[in-house]
Ligand binder design. Structure first.
Ligand code: NAD
Length: 299
């Protein structure tokens, strides 16, 4: 396997690049942040002076950036500089339309492209246990799979261009909606005088069972490994949940899909973030709902 250019060495990209290095790959990294570059260099990556310099002589390019516009800008700079047939993998979470645009751009330059967003968060990035949801042709997937296996534990081919991003936002719409639903149930139970443990013991073994309840319970003390039991430190920050829910809403509008609960989840997380809680874990939404319940109480 040839050298890897890695652009976007932040919370996720930094540890992913470090894991490629740990697997024996030559990684040429670039980030606008000097601190991110220093951390990647300390982990064994070679830091390039520019994104263009990072792609010189590599066979694989991985990007891990904040938004679709960042990805299109960076790919727009890198594609003309890369050798023919270079594999471009974008692992950022971005809108489906930009992902498809990035694929077309790559194709036009004679490159191979995959959209490969991840779930598993920073701990998954550090532990090389990420799940990759991948969009692109069968042949591109066959090329990309062994690369992604070095930094992830589950690699799923979801379909053609953009299918990875589409799958990711559908999954996260389930997570966002179910986190609110579980939180609402605990708030209602509290108001009805039911102990949280009683609801947990019943719902986690009944039809209310779901990941947000059983693995990521928003009420402290019921699931020891949940962020709630650790002061609501992320975890998965509310601002990132809101980003993904907004992408799902945008995709639903574009595809004319009816997702009223997905839309409502955007509103709930927007209010939470606007009130200064974007940096809290997404499960802290239960606190916002509890306060609202008290604010609205008339007894
Ligand atoms: P981050 O902000 O920590 O990292 C993004 C990095 O991109 C920053 O270091 C920034 O300096 C760099 N950057 C921005 N524009 C650039 C450019 N033009 N050239 C080079 N570098 C540039 O964000 P993150 O938490 O690492 O997330 C990255 C992506 O992964 C996002 O799309 C996010 O939604 C997704 N994601 C994050 C998590 C998570 O838990 N943090 C989980 C799953 C997916």
């Amino acid at each position: 396997m040839g050298a890897i250019a890695f652009v976007g060495l932040g919370n996720m990209g930094g540890p992913m690049a470090a894991n490629f290095v740990a697997k024996g790959q030559t990684v040429k990294g670039f980030d606008l942040s000097a601190a991110a570059c220093q951390a990647a260099e300390a982990a064994g990556a070679v830091i390039a002076a520019s994104p263009e310099a990072a792609v010189e002589g590599v066979d694989i390019v991985v990007t891990m950036l904040p938004s679709g516009q960042h990805v299109l800008d960076v790919w727009g700079r890198l594609l003309p500089m890369a050798g023919p047939g270079t594999l471009f993998i974008d692992s950022s979470t971005i809108d489906v339309q930009s992902a498809r645009q990035a694929h077309s751009l790559a194709e036009r330059h004679g490159m191979v492209a995959l959209d490969a967003p991840v779930s598993g968060g920073v701990s998954g990035a550090r532990g090389a246990t990420l799940t990759f949801m991948v969009g692109g042709t069968e042949s591109a997937f066959a090329l990309g799979r062994p690369i992604l296996e070095q930094v992830g534990k589950r690699i799923v081919h979801c379909g053609d261009a953009g299918a990875g991003q589409a799958t990711k936002i559908c999954n996260n719409m389930i997570t966002g909606v179910s986190m609110i639903a579980v939180s609402e149930a605990f708030v209602l139970a509290e108001r009805l005088g039911i102990a949280p443990k009683a609801l947990f013991d019943v719902a986690s073994t009944s039809s209310g069972q779901c990941w947000a309840l059983s693995n990521y319970c928003p009420v402290p003390g019921l699931v020891p490994s949940s962020p709630a039991s650790n002061g609501y430190k992320p975890g998965f920050a509310a601002s990132l949940m809101l980003k993904d829910l907004r992408l799902a809403k945008e995709a639903a509008l574009a595809a004319n899909a009816t997702t009223p609960l997905g839309f409502a989840a955007v509103d709930v997380y927007s209010l939470f973030a606007e009130n200064g809680h974007g940096g809290d874990d997404s499960s802290a939404i239960v606190r916002y709902l509890r306060d609202e319940a008290h604010a609205g109480a008339t007894d």
